[in-house]
Design a protein around this ligand. Structure first.
Ligand SMILES: [Cu+2]
Length: 154
């Protein structure tokens, strides 16, 4: 019974992802601007970020184009938090999905979940100059728990 329930939630969420993707036909191009998963062997900068309830510290980070950055993210709060790198459109879309299905397990290359008292790492390569957003997409956190990564020319 429980298994059937989970399967149907998955099916519903897949359908809604499909619908959203159609609504934003250019989201693929947008995603490329945020960079991609980095090679842990090529890290050129380590940035420490603290998660509190419900904020990131710091909220502004500077990196250089083509840098591979290792984010060491420590959750010093009492709640579970996530850090997701993306465009505001993507982050917003994901936050809406989390609101609808708060217990949905999700793994994506541009996201880490960190339990209270733990830390996690995310290695990301920034390929284009500009502002890349990050946020915690969990329900009730998304509005206040945001930050910006300024990718400067190398
Ligand atoms: Cu959070």
């Amino acid at each position: 019974m429980k298994r059937i329930f989970i399967a149907s939630i998955l099916a519903i969420s897949l359908i809604s992802v499909g619908t959203v993707a159609q609504a934003y036909p250019d989201s693929g191009e947008e995603s490329a601007a945020i960079g991609r998963l980095g090679d842990p062997g090529k890290v050129s900068r380590t940035v420490e970020i603290a998660m509190v309830d419900n904020r990131f510290k710091p909220t502004e980070i500077k990196v250089k184009q083509d840098e591979t950055v290792k984010f060491v993210v420590r959750n010093t709060g009492a709640k579970k938090h996530e850090m997701m790198i993306g465009t505001m459109t993507e982050l917003d879309k994901h936050a809406k999905m989390m609101k609808q299905y708060p217990d949905m397990e999700h793994t994506e290359p541009n996201l880490i979940s960190v339990d209270p008292g733990k830390s996690g790492e995310l290695v990301w390569r920034f390929t284009e100059v500009g502002i890349v957003d990050f946020a915690c997409p969990l329900p009730g956190h998304f509005k206040g728990m945001r930050g910006k990564i300024n990718v400067e020319p190398k």
